[in-house]
Design a protein around this ligand. Structure first.
Ligand SMILES: Nc1nc2c(ncn2[C@@H]2O[C@H](COP(=O)(O)OP(=O)(O)O)[C@@H](O)[C@H]2O)c(=O)[nH]1
Ligand SMILES: [Mg+2]
Length: 249
């Protein structure tokens, strides 16, 4: 990891970031410049390079991002490496493929920064052509199952989300593949977190999809998530979770 030392508020001209934004990245050199240019103030980009061969790390650095390397392949491995590298109180996650607009991040991070929610999920509102039908259907089925199991009014398990860094670390997340977002949700629900959902735009990605846009990627994602759902009884204990007053509770 090559994180620069955080600037001290009384010595450096740059204030510390309020939010660290983890961007898992596998060959997204074409999308990064546009993405990093739209990072809102107070939000610091941490690009987690997951073995890219297209120069993503150099592009990310050239456009002002902190770059972290994670050799172990998998969305969860990259996302978690970013979480471990983060130093801000609040950490957000966003795909690095150009399908999300970082300018919308404050809508996701504000309820966490303001102490009104413990986990905020970006509910994807897709533009035409941005979300293959099979992936959309699989996601809707998963969300319905999650509502049934947890009672939380979740509609989309999208990749844009935010929570407090310490709280996320306390979840002891184990998945390092595409089940990672599901594990975050399940463990957060089991812990009685206030979980909120806000709309975010979902646009066609820049470049080729590695997960939901391919049959192989979708099968892997479904398999990873099914495995997690099968074992969820071991850590989802609704009876012991305190009642919450979150919007989605
Ligand atoms: N599939 C996959 N994506 C990764 C990996 N490491 C980082 N990523 C990033 O995770 C994000 C989601 O991947 P993407 O191909 O857009 O998935 P999709 O939108 O579900 O088709 C992108 O920013 C990828 O660059 C990995 O090992 N596998
Ligand atoms: Mg994508």
């Amino acid at each position: 990891m090559n994180l620069p030392a955080s600037p001290s508020p009384d010595r450096g001209p740059v204030p510390p970031a309020l939010v660290d934004v983890v961007l898992p990245c596998l060959d997204e050199a074409a999308a990064l410049p546009g993405l990093l240019a739209r990072m809102p103030s107070g939000h610091r980009a941490i690009v987690v390079d997951n073995g890219s061969t297209d120069g993503s790390a150099d592009v990310a650095r050239a456009h002002g991002a902190v770059v972290v390397h994670e050799d172990r392949r998998g969305y969860g491995a990259a996302a978690h490496a970013g979480l471990l590298a983060a130093t801000a109180d609040v950490v957000a996650f966003c795909d690095a493929d150009g399908s999300f607009d970082p300018a919308e991040l404050p809508r996701v991070t504000a309820p966490v920064l303001g102490g009104e929610a413990d986990l905020v999920l970006g509910r994807r509102r897709p533009a035409r052509g941005s979300w293959p039908a099979h992936a959309r259907l699989a996601n809707a089925v998963l969300a319905a199952e999650l509502r049934r199991r947890t009672g939380r009014q979740v509609h989309d398990l999208g990749p844009m989300r935010a929570a407090r860094r310490d709280a996320l670390l306390g979840l002891a997340l184990a998945d390092r593949r595409s089940g990672y977002p599901l594990e975050v949700f399940l463990r957060a629900a089991a812990a009685g977190w206030r979980i909120d959902e806000v709309d975010v735009a979902y646009r066609p990605r820049v470049g080729r999809s590695k997960v939901t846009g391919t049959v192989r990627g979708t099968i892997t994602a479904v398999r990873d998530m099914s495995r997690l759902l099968a074992t969820q009884a071991s850590y989802v204990q609704p009876s012991t979770a305190p009642a919450t007053d979150g919007v989605a509770a």
